[in-house]
Design a protein around this ligand. Structure first.
Ligand code: BG6
Ligand code: BG6
Ligand code: GLC
Ligand code: GLC
Length: 922
């Protein structure tokens, strides 16, 4: 008899143990979870895999944690956790640094959570209204930070469209809608008060910020509550779904979705599947359903039902409460696990659940709870280990010390969860020391801090005007296709007269082929320096190039004076050069890089269409610059062979780079001005006769937009720059992009921000108001990653302002936005040229080289990388090599001259034989 009972008990014990064994994960299994989480984190960050990643890695548009200088009075909403709260948060900075909060909790009835979107937002606004009445604040238009604890795809700090509801919410017509817009609309509908909605924030982000206000090492936010989620500060360069490479941005991982692609099926149990099937979002949030408060009780209930059905519990009787979904709340789980004495446990169980349990039953129930919560804590620990390891690797550290700010009822109330979580992290991420700090004040405080920062840099300034300087890839693709149409318009004979992008034939028909040789003079006029060079190309075994260079001044009064004086000056410098280099008596062929738009009918003719950039000498537009220079040279009596070729600097650059890389078929300048040339098929160039082969086209893309085509992306600053320029209404693209204008653009923005009190405590100095005082080279200095901020301080001090640390950060931010816009725009137009080349060649992938020159591209610390990255994103079907022209465009001009000279030589001998006379272009 005794044996039978013992055996029954033993068998019962074994069956319970076997059931719970599925919840016990060993170290190896946890390591696998950690590693899979890491894979999904990376997939979520990468552009190509983002859409299929189960961990969405949503950019949060929070660029830094608080630094203690935040201040002001804010309203905050906290929606999505156990409680819906409305708060007022008052933040003081300086020595009286403090945060005071007043809040009220409101209920969100079940039928509203799952009603219509309009009902939900009307209810929220109703609660805000009540709160404002209660606080007597209805008439103040407070800035609002909105903690919205659901996955949102953000495109700015105040824009976020709901990806999908999670947890207990399921209101209709909200998914894919902007939650800020929905809140604004509801405020309008109520028409009682107004709010300035500045930021929408996930609860993990709010929590991280709340904790980071006290502990600057806090760069991770964890919620282990109704839901489960993590955010952390990621390096911008790793977030491929957002433009920009510098600094950091907070990423809301939405790790609750981990496993949606089936990658953790091996550890999911049949109970997890049952819970999932009975949930509002079946198939979704699989990790969350194994780790968070909303579901742990449900898992326990499913196990209890199973054990009861098998006669192992409650004498096999399934009571009504046990059948009720949601009856087993997580707080019960915490309570049950906290009870030490079986007696109190039985009482509690009977009381809470009317489950009518015995002593044995209650022990089993406690074990079930323990198994489920232990697994949850371990899984969170494994996920956290993946995050901290990623951060450690990002920073190239042997050892990382970091703090996680945590909130959520599960973490706060459960007796063992936090310990197991910490132990697991320690075990799985041994190279990281991770401290966990509990968020005492909820995420509302963090949302207010974010609002304070966003309002200072974005809400005020960036929101209104800087924001419109950031382009999404969609916008860039649109600009790319507009430019592509302009290219085609410029190439066609019928539409060329009205095209802004002039697509000028250059009569250069191929890149250097290695046979060029000779001794040449190259003039290089139109960039930031006027250079004269002697270029010797020799051919002993290998082609080698030797160059001697002098730089000459081009004073303002000369470039703005008469054309005759300008060319006299050039001739004078040439005379000086020949004397200095002892070649006065040599008749060297001359190649003339003239970096302005010229109409050509042959290589040695260039009719200046219009001055651009800094030049404005009279009597030159409409004239052949070769003739003008010849005349000036003759006047001086300098001996020389004719000017053999006039080339644009883009063409010179393409040829210089083509010398080293035969694939080079595009030349770009991003310097004082900006422009590009590329090799087009002759059959498409209607302005030149002949269909065979290719010819280089100088696009003169600087004029893109002169017909109003870019008005939707130009800002008031761009219009100001244009009005104050030497050529109003012209070169509108160039004025948004190139070095001659960028510094001025930043200066205008700083003045406006200062006027609005957003910078320098509203002080404006005469220097700051002086045109040209802020140069493009200053942007390059300020954007340097290490010494950038101290450079900003130095440069601003020279403008007479005493910048605070915040001012320096804001100015750096402005510089980054302006230079980033430039790189993005060039990427779009270059991408159009690349697709054109690809289509011309009828190849599925284009492999090509782009030769580049110009001070902005060369000097700016981030420009090149941003440009390359954006181009690769816009035209993934092109493999582009960017080749910096190390030796300027003079070398390329000499290559063209060599060709022209050789052909002229041949023609001369033919002419001699046949009596014909003309210079055939190459
Ligand atoms: C609160 C935060 O303290 O914790 C909320 O203020 C957050 O923003 C919540 O959503 C998470 O915990 P729970 O358990 O309420 O979901
Ligand atoms: C130089 C080229 O390297 O770059 C010039 O030799 C060109 O021909 C110039 O005009 C463009 O850059 P920037 O910055 O001097 O206008
Ligand atoms: C859910 C939400 C997420 C939130 C978490 C914690 O996982 O999707 O946005 O952070 O719950 O509340
Ligand atoms: C201006 C000129 C163009 C030149 C470019 C770069 O856009 O019009 O010819 O290539 O500047 O220097």
């Amino acid at each position: 008899m005794v044996t039978a009972v013992a055996q029954r008990l033993l068998s019962q014990r074994k069956q319970v143990d076997d059931t719970l064994a599925h919840f016990s994960l060993n170290r190896d299994q946890l390591r696998v979870v950690r590693d899979k989480m890491r894979v999904e984190l990376e997939r979520g960050l990468r552009k190509d895999s983002h859409s299929s990643a189960s961990v969405k890695m949503l950019p949060a548009f929070v660029f830094q944690t608080p630094d203690g200088t935040e201040r002001g009075k804010y309203l905050a909403l906290d929606l999505g956790g156990t409680n819906f709260r409305v708060l007022v948060v008052k933040i003081r900075s300086g020595i009286r640094k403090s945060v005071r909060m007043y809040n009220k909790i409101y209920a969100i009835p079940h039928e509203i959570m799952q009603g219509t979107g309009e009902e939900l937002f009307d209810h929220i606004v109703h609660c805000i209204s009540d709160f404002l009445d209660y606080m007597g604040m209805k008439n103040t238009r407070l800035p609002l930070g909105f903690t919205f604890s659901f996955p949102c795809r953000q495109t700015g700090i105040d824009k976020g469209s709901l990806v999908s509801w999670t947890k207990g919410f399921k209101a209709t017509d909200c998914e894919d809608h902007d939650v800020v817009d929905m809140l604004r609309d509801a405020i309008k509908r109520r028409n009682e008060f107004d709010l300035d909605i500045v930021a929408v924030v996930n609860d993990t982000v709010g929590t991280m910020m709340t904790c980071a206000y006290e502990d600057s090492k806090c760069e991770i936010g964890l919620i282990a509550g109704t839901g489960s989620n993590v955010c952390y500060m990621e390096d911008m360069r790793n977030i491929e779904t957002v433009e920009g490479d510098e600094g950091q941005m907070c990423v809301n991982t939405e790790w609750g979705g981990f496993g949606e692609n089936g990658c953790i099926e091996d550890i999911r149990t049949k109970f997890d599947r049952e819970v999932d099937e009975g949930s509002l979002n079946s198939g979704k949030q699989r990790f969350e359903k194994m780790t968070s408060g909303m579901y742990l009780g449900e898992i326990v209930r499913q196990i209890l039902i199973d054990l009861t059905k098998r006669g192992l519990l409650f004498r096999g009787r399934i009571t009504e409460p046990l059948k009720t979904r949601g009856i087993f709340e997580t707080k019960f789980l915490s309570q049950i696990e906290r009870f030490i004495s079986t007696y109190t446990l039985i009482i509690a169980l009977m009381h809470l659940q009317s489950l009518g349990s015995t002593c044995d039953d209650s022990i089993i129930v406690k074990e079930v709870c323990g198994a489920v919560s232990h697994r949850a804590a371990q899984l969170c620990g494994a996920g956290m280990a993946a995050i901290v390891e990623k951060i450690r690797e990002n920073r190239g550290l042997e050892h990382l010390e970091i703090t996680v700010g945590v909130d959520g009822t599960l973490y706060k109330l459960h007796p063992h969860f936090s310990r197991v979580l910490k132990d697991t992290v320690r075990d799985l991420a041994p190279k990281c020391t991770v401290s966990f700090v509990l968020s005492e004040d909820g995420s509302g405080k963090g949302a207010a801090l974010i609002t304070a920062v966003a309002r200072r840099y974005c809400g005020g300034a960036q929101q209104q005007y800087l924001y419109s300087m950031r382009f999404s890839d969609e916008t860039l693709l649109e600009i790319m296709s507009r430019f592509r149409r302009e290219l085609e318009k410029g190439l066609s004979q019928d539409t060329n007269p009205t095209a802004t992008v002039k697509m000028l034939p250059t009569f250069v028909r191929s890149i250097p082929d290695g046979t060029e040789k000779g001794d040449f003079i190259a003039l290089d006029l139109g960039g930031s320096n006027f250079r004269i060079l002697r270029v010797k190309v020799s051919h002993e075994k290998k082609q080698t190039v030797q160059m001697e260079t002098e730089i000459y001044d081009t004073p303002e009064d000369i470039i703005h004076g008469s054309g005759t004086r300008l060319f006299d000056h050039v001739a004078e410098c040439l005379g000086d050069f020949m004397e200095k280099h002892k070649i006065k008596d040599k008749k060297l062929p001359v190649g003339f890089t003239f970096s302005f738009p010229c109409a050509q009918t042959k290589l040695d003719e260039g009719i200046l269409l219009t001055w651009t950039k800094r030049f404005k000498a009279s009597g030159v537009e409409g004239m052949d610059v070769v003739k003008l220079l010849n005349k000036a040279i003759k006047k001086r009596g300098v001996r020389f062979t004719d000017i053999m070729a006039v080339v644009n600097d883009t063409v010179g650059t393409m040829m210089t780079c083509g010398f080293d890389d035969h694939r080079c078929e595009v030349g770009i300048i991003i310097g004082t001005g900006t422009n590009a040339c590329y090799m087009e098929e002759m059959r498409h160039i209607e302005l030149v006769e002949g269909d065979e082969g290719r010819m280089c086209i100088n696009t003169e893309w600087g004029a893109f937009g002169d017909d109003g085509m870019l008005e939707d992306i130009r800002t008031d600053f761009d219009r100001d720059i244009d009005r104050g320029s030497l050529n109003p209404g012209k070169q509108l693209f160039e004025k948004m992009v190139s070095g001659m204008y960028m510094g001025e653009l930043v200066r205008l923005i700083l003045v406006k921000m200062a006027r609005e009190g957003l910078l320098f405590e509203g002080r404006i100095t005469p220097e700051l108001l002086t045109k040209g005082k802020f140069e493009t080279k200053h942007i390059s200095a300020i954007e340097k990653s290490k010494e950038g901020l101290s450079k900003a301080k130095e440069i601003l001090a020279r403008l007479g302002v005493e910048p605070s640390a915040d001012d320096c950060i804001a100015v750096q931010h402005v510089c980054a936005i302006v230079s980033f816009r430039s790189a993005s725009l060039v990427a779009a137009t270059l991408a159009a040229i690349l697709t054109r080349l690809k289509d011309n060649k009828h190849v599925p992938r284009l492999k090509t080289t782009v030769g580049i020159d110009g001070s902005l591209y060369k000097m700016h610390p981030q420009y090149a990388r941003r440009l390359h990255k954006t181009v690769r994103r816009l035209v993934p079907e092109c493999d582009v090599r960017f080749l910096l022209s190390e030796s300027g465009s003079g070398k390329g001009a000499a290559m063209v001259t060599a060709w022209a000279y050789r052909l002229a030589d041949q023609t001369r001998s033919q002419t001699f034989n046949s009596g014909m006379s003309s210079v055939t272009p190459i």
